[in-house]
Design a binder for this molecule. Structure first.
Ligand code: SF4
Length: 336
């Protein structure tokens, strides 16, 4: 049964584990969750499941930014949930009825990508590499590793999985880290976490390979400025998430720090947080916010809000030290 794939545009879905799961137990109602940007392929996957297994198919129209947002309550009434295109979130535990399925992007021009990578890496004289990637480029990353090794580079670490807030250890030991992922989101995350050394983004969609040090430096300046402004804040908004983004230990640690310093705070529960939500809840008395749900929201989405909005690690430096010492290299301190 393995080896059969379903093409969803430029992506390949391996059907082996779906077939095993649906053949081995009684399943009537299936919920499918496709990532943002790929939901247009719902009908194709639904048709396959209906015709092949005669199951009732439900398509999740809510946002599916990551497996961290998978809510056990929401999936409760289905016999099986197919969560496609994300790996399980390292901090969460899931019911066994959730099946995580890899998607692989298949339209990369590997030759061009390797050529660009070789040029970029030789240009700065690096030889020992780490490779990290996301769910949708796992097979490609193995081919990139092989291709670079054939060209004389040493891949000492990886390919390993990276998430927006979860950066594997050991990346600081090599000359350069290659982040195989579309856009800049993951490479900037790795750049902030690794701190020193070179991080290259390797974009499977455009073939671009480039050092992101300049962008990381700019980002770091913005983050340090936010932290500096939060040092004097007397009243804080603590934003709490839901599902896998609800982090009670972290919330308790932040509350304790705020209380120890005699600062006031209000706890906001926000299943979704964006600039509209923040403007809606903001009140004149609050001087700084810390987002305990998705730490990348503070960095990527709310950086232009007029009051400082910090990640948990940034807030902990500010609240513990009462001053700005150094930039924390992790997004979520509780992940250690
Ligand atoms: S970066 Fe945000 S959306 Fe991505 S895994 Fe972490 S908490 Fe979830």
């Amino acid at each position: 049964m393995t080896g059969e794939v379903l093409l969803l545009g430029d992506y390949e879905l391996d059907l082996g584990s779906i077939q095993r799961e649906l053949s081995s137990r009684k399943v009537r109602k299936v919920l499918i969750q496709l990532p943002e940007g790929l939901k247009r392929y719902y009908p194709k996957l639904a048709e396959y499941l209906r015709e092949r297994f005669q199951v009732e198919v439900y398509l999740d129209a809510g946002p599916t930014y990551g497996s961290c947002l998978l809510d056990s309550g929401r999936v409760g009434e289905y016999d099986l949930v197919l969560h496609v295109g994300h790996d399980p979130y390292p901090l969460a535990t899931y019911p066994t009825k959730i099946l995580f399925l890899d998607l692989e992007y298949t339209s990369t021009n590997l030759g061009k990508l390797l050529e660009n990578a070789e040029k970029a890496l030789r240009g700065v004289g690096v030889g020992r590499l780490a490779i990290v990637t996301t769910n949708q480029h796992k097979k490609l990353s193995k081919l990139i590793k092989e291709g670079l090794e054939e060209r004389g580079f040493t891949v000492e670490v990886g390919p390993l999985l990276v998430l927006g807030c979860y950066i594997p250890g050991g990346l600081g030991e090599v000359d350069a880290v290659l982040v195989v992922s579309g856009g800049r989101f993951h490479s900037l995350g790795v750049g902030l976490a690794v701190g020193r050394g070179r991080v290259f983004r390797v974009d499977p969609y455009t073939g671009v390979v480039e050092d992101v040090a300049g962008e990381v430096y700019k980002l770091l300046k913005v983050r340090l400025e936010k932290m500096r402004r939060a040092v004097d804040a007397r009243s804080w908004g603590l934003v709490v998430g839901v599902a896998g983004q609800y982090r009670p230990a972290l919330i308790a640690a932040l509350k304790e720090l705020l209380e120890r310093r005699g600062l006031s705070y209000y706890i906001y529960v926000a299943p979704v947080l964006n600039i509209e939500v923040l403007r809606n809840i903001d009140s004149p008395g609050i001087e700084a916010y810390v987002v305990t749900s998705c730490p990348r929201i503070a960095i990527d989405d709310l950086h232009y809000f007029e009051k400082p909005v910090l990640t948990p690690s940034e807030a902990m430096v500010v609240l513990r030290e009462g001053a700005l010492t150094s930039y924390p290299r992790d997004f979520l301190p509780s992940m250690r």
